[in-house]
Design a binder for this molecule. Structure first.
Ligand code: ATP
Length: 247
């Protein structure tokens, strides 16, 4: 990765961009992933490349929800694998969740490459290769999931998910946590817990909250989830984007 000085005003976004470029070169990120990255960068620029207080509250609620889950699954696509592979493995460890590769443009080659990449970053088991179930209401290739993974999950974390699939998962009754920098996108709007933050800041912060809450009683975790208001979180993020407020 090219060296970017810490005091460069756009250091974080340049590092993110390089990771996505590397991901494309390694065959784990698709070309569409580059476009998604560009959209994300524009929103992050407007947010001031920081975690809003409302996003931090969503990240805490996400941690509580994952700890409460019977069968939590963390979904990994090409951008997530390029940006936060070790961080996803760590979050899975801390919350007892499974990792499943789940691609918009699915090819067996890319699934294998992402699974290998996650294993290189410490993952023991990676789901997504069996693809022996379908999410109802989606076209064949995009519907594929593992029967003992996302299909059976009660809580799914889907960073940077496509809007149709986010809606279809919500329709299946899954409690969905979506990370997306655009609060007006359909995916965060379908989520029980929308996290409007860069996945590079969001995932480590969810892990930190999960560590902090690891010994909390279920009643406290339930209270944190209940007190979280998804509509208010989306509205706060949109206000911050439109007015550059500190929400
Ligand atoms: P939808 O179908 O949900 O309306 P979309 O068409 O707006 O989605 P895509 O271009 O398919 O969005 O996916 C990119 C989404 O991912 C954008 O909303 C973008 O803001 C978000 N995104 C890209 N990079 C990141 C990142 N590093 N962290 C969080 N979100 C990101």
């Amino acid at each position: 990765m090219t060296d970017i000085p810490d005091d460069h005003p756009r250091a974080q976004s340049l590092r993110t961009r390089h990771r996505i470029e590397d991901g494309v070169e390694k065959g784990i990120t698709s070309k569409q992933g580059l476009i998604a990255e560009g959209r994300g960068e524009a929103f992050d620029y407007l947010l001031g490349e920081r975690t809003l207080p409302s996003a931090d509250a969503a990240e805490r609620a996400a941690a509580a929800q994952l700890l409460l889950a019977d069968h939590p699954v963390l979904s990994v696509n090409g951008n997530v694998a390029a940006l936060v592979p070790a961080e996803m493995v760590e979050l899975a460890d801390v919350t007892g969740a499974d990792l499943e590769v789940n691609l918009f443009n699915r090819t067996e080659e890319r699934i294998e490459a992402i699974a290998d990449h996650l294993r290189e970053h410490g993952a023991e088991e990676v789901k997504g290769l069996a693809a022996d179930e379908r999410i109802p209401g989606l076209e064949h290739e995009r519907a594929k999931v593992d029967a003992d993974g996302i299909y059976a999950a009660d809580v799914v974390l889907v960073p940077l998910e496509d809007g149709d699939r986010a809606a279809a998962l919500a329709e299946m009754g899954k409690t969905e946590i979506v990370v997306d920098l655009n609060p007006m996108s359909r995916s965060p709007q379908a989520a029980a817990i929308p996290v409007v933050d860069n996945v590079m800041r969001a995932i480590p912060n969810v892990t930190e909250h999960a560590r902090d809450l690891a010994d909390a009683p279920a009643a406290e975790l339930e209270r944190i989830v209940e007190e979280f208001d998804p509509d208010e979180a989306l509205a706060a993020a949109e206000r911050a984007l439109r007015t550059l407020d500190d929400d």
